[in-house]
Design a protein around this ligand. Structure first.
Ligand code: NAP
Length: 249
């Protein structure tokens, strides 16, 4: 099935760097108008300029996704401005790693608020515009930590596992409306999030990755671009690990 001829509009959170920026480029290359969201306006502007320099179409909205009202307002404003919202990629995420014995309430709550609650609010807000358009692609970015756990990341793994259960339930609710919802669960990807990890942790991660290298943001973006295409309409409620084989069973 060929893509709809009119330009689909995609909203990508956490698009100022790393995986989210790569998703922005990939969706723009696929012909979408991409709305880039994060907190850092300057970095968003740089991503927008790069997309436009290669002939793509993008705009920028700053938003802190831990603020539910701001997320709802963002979705409404994008849908209002463009008269449609076809694709949502919930990618914004943070880590606040600590062993559970030492984990503070703030570390737990911050990760749940930014990584999970934002997904609930954004997905709820896009359903009406997607139902009006009789089309929708929702891709939520999970993590292999949500599948197999990771010491020091009980908060992060809980949020990412919750995203998987949430997305499967949403997929069941919306399947008949031509709206799909899937999770992409990255393995160890080279970004600012993983740059800060000690070398020992990086070596362990590489050793646990059968393909023998760290992933790149483009590895994740390619999968998101496919799951958000018209051709992926028969794939819903799935958690796709893009992890170099780390979690194969
Ligand atoms: P990153 O380089 O740290 O980028 C995180 C992005 O999220 C940035 O654009 C940041 O922009 C944005 N963000 C953070 N808090 C936000 C907030 N409150 N409101 C709006 N935007 C916010 O991380 P990454 O590695 O690209 O990770 C992207 C996603 O992949 C995350 O969900 C992460 O959990 C997941 N993931 C990453 C890996 C990996 O190995 N890198 C593995 C598994 C899963 P601002 O700071 O400008 O707001």
């Amino acid at each position: 099935m060929a893509d709809d001829n009119s330009q689909r509009v995609a909203l990508v959170t956490g698009a100022s760097r790393g995986i989210g920026a790569a998703i922005g480029y990939a969706l723009a290359q696929a012909g979408r108008h991409v709305v880039l969201c994060a907190r850092d306006q300057d970095k968003l502007d740089q991503v927008k300029q790069q997309i436009e320099s290669t002939g793509g179409s993008a705009s920028v909205h700053t938003c802190d996704v831990s603020d539910g009202e701001a997320v709802t307002a963002l979705v409404e404003s994008v849908a209002g401005e463009h008269g449609r919202l076809d694709i949502l990629v919930n990618n914004a995420g943070i880590t606040r790693d600590n062993l559970l014995l030492r984990m503070t309430d703030d570390e737990f709550d911050a990760v749940m608020q930014t990584n999970m609650r934002s997904v609930f609010v954004a997905c709820r807000a896009v359903l009406r515009p997607m139902m009006r358009g009789k089309f929708g692609r929702i891709v939520n970015i999970g993590s292999v930590a949500g599948l197999v756990g990771n010491a020091g990341q009980t908060n992060y793994a809980a949020a990412k596992a919750a995203i998987a259960g949430f997305t499967r339930s949403l997929a069941r609710e919306m399947a008949a409306k031509k709206i799909t919802a899937n999770v992409v669960a990255p393995g160890f990807i080279e970004t600012e999030m993983t740059d800060v990890l000690p070398d020992k942790v990086k070596e362990l991660a590489k050793g646990a990755t059968p393909v023998g290298r760290f992933g790149l943001p483009d590895d994740i973006a390619a999968c998101v671009a496919f799951l958000s295409s018209d051709q992926a309409g028969y794939i819903t409620g799935q958690v796709v690990a893009v992890d170099g084989g780390m979690t194969m069973c």
